[in-house]
Design a protein around this ligand. Structure first.
Ligand SMILES: Nc1nc2c(ncn2[C@@H]2O[C@H](COP(=O)(O)OP(=O)(O)OP(=O)(O)O)[C@@H](O)[C@H]2O)c(=O)[nH]1
Ligand SMILES: [Mg+2]
Length: 370
């Protein structure tokens, strides 16, 4: 199929729509600046990108970087299938990879004073679709802020092979508040099947609660990004510039519904699932429609969350050692059969009688000693 160039899109979109979206983008830049300057914004968000191999995680990082910086720099290596370009570490993109001296035009005006509060992004390796104790441990450790940025995922996996699940906690016992993940962005491609095991693994980790306090271990929101929307046939906004096979809108909607079901977001699909198009190497010409998606995404990621009740900031231990002991004793009694209980009662009674007898029959000398 002959692919349309980006110029065709310029031609297709009437000038008004083009100008309107550019103005909207400027307004969103201002809104992001305001979100940076909120008094309760002390540290940047930490976004963790999770998804199967080749779904477009690294391209998404580059696209956010372009929207916030004003110029395309392919900072995250892309191109799945090529061993050289595969993401093998927990790559940390501080402030979405934006550097002060790279800021251009409107972005320079917006962020030169608050660049340090733009979201940090962690781009992880494309994982195979599985739900294992090993993956759960890695996710828990990263979400909790225990794994230093840039650590090799292979290293962590090798450690788990040599030790057992649980060994990472010994290797990295201390957490860093600034590394704690605040939002998970699950990246799914509309072209590839949804890695359902990985989704289940993520859901299990996020459902986990502290066994002593009863409070959830993580306070992390999940968002879903469905990439490669430009490959959907009937949509008009994005040019089919890539030499990749297209899919029908019907198939896309089916995929979107499936994703929503797995993440239990059927009711809030519009809010929590984002149709995404990335700039990719060779196709990075300015497109305000692509930028619009990325800027809206950053704005959404920076929205203030629910403020915690003070009790949640310092949860107290409900399951104390005493509670555990009495629970164990109750369980033991409940599980012990009737004969055993009777024998135990007889034994206790005999001990009491023996003690009373001993006290009554003591010699007067020993009583004097007292
Ligand atoms: N058409 C289209 N192709 C895309 C888009 N995003 C990424 N791609 C292509 O998909 C392939 C994989 O992109 P990456 O960004 O490297 O994917 P990844 O998820 O980082 O891959 P791993 O690091 O291997 O897990 C590349 O060939 C990209 O050009 C998109 O929005 N549209
Ligand atoms: Mg990658």
């Amino acid at each position: 199929m002959a692919s349309a160039g980006i110029e065709d899109v310029y031609a297709r979109e009437d000038d008004q729509a083009w100008t309107k979206i550019q103005e909207e983008n400027k307004a969103i830049l201002t809104e992001i600046t305001e979100l940076c300057n909120r008094p309760d914004r002390k540290t940047p968000e930490v976004l963790f990108l999770l998804g199967g191999p080749g779904v477009g995680k690294s391209s998404l990082v580059n696209t956010i970087n372009k929207a916030l910086c004003g110029k395309y720099y392919p900072k995250a290596k892309t191109g799945s299938g090529n061993a050289q370009s595969k993401t093998l570490t927990l790559q940390w993109f501080e402030h979405s990879g934006v550097q002060m001296f790279e800021l251009q035009g409107a972005q320079k005006d917006a962020f030169s004073k608050c660049l340090h509060l733009l979201p940090n992004v962690i781009d992880a390796a494309g994982n195979e679709d599985h739900n294992s104790a090993e993956l759960r441990e890695i996710l828990e450790m990263v979400f909790g802020g225990f794994i230093p940025p840039g650590t090799s995922v292979e290293f962590l996996q090798d450690q788990q092979k040599e030790g057992k699940v649980g060994c990472l906690k010994r290797l990295y016992p201390l957490c860093n508040e600034e590394w704690k993940v605040t939002k998970v962005v699950f990246v799914a491609s509309c072209k590839e099947p949804l890695p359902t095991q990985m989704v289940e693994c993520l859901n299990e980790v996020l459902r986990a609660y502290d066994k002593k306090t009863g409070f959830p271990k993580f306070n992390i929101d999940v968002f879903v990004v469905i990439t490669k929307y430009d490959l959907v046939e009937e949509q008009k906004r994005f040019p089919a510039v890539r030499q990749q096979e297209q899919i029908t809108m019907e198939k896309f909607l089916e995929h979107e519904r499936e994703v929503a079901t797995h993440f239990s977001i059927d009711g809030s699909l519009k809010h929590n699932s984002i149709r995404w198009v990335s700039y990719v190497d060779g196709h990075s010409e300015d497109n305000p429609f692509i930028e619009n998606i990325a800027l809206k995404f950053v704005r959404q990621m920076m929205q203030p969350g629910r403020s915690k009740h003070q009790v949640e900031n310092a949860p107290s231990t409900v399951v104390t050692p005493l509670v555990e002991m009495s629970r164990d004793a109750e369980r033991w009694l409940a599980e012990t059969n009737v004969n055993m209980k009777t024998a135990l009662l007889v034994l206790v009674a005999a001990l009491i009688i023996a003690l009373i007898y001993h006290l009554l029959t003591r010699s007067p000398e020993s009583k004097m000693d007292l």
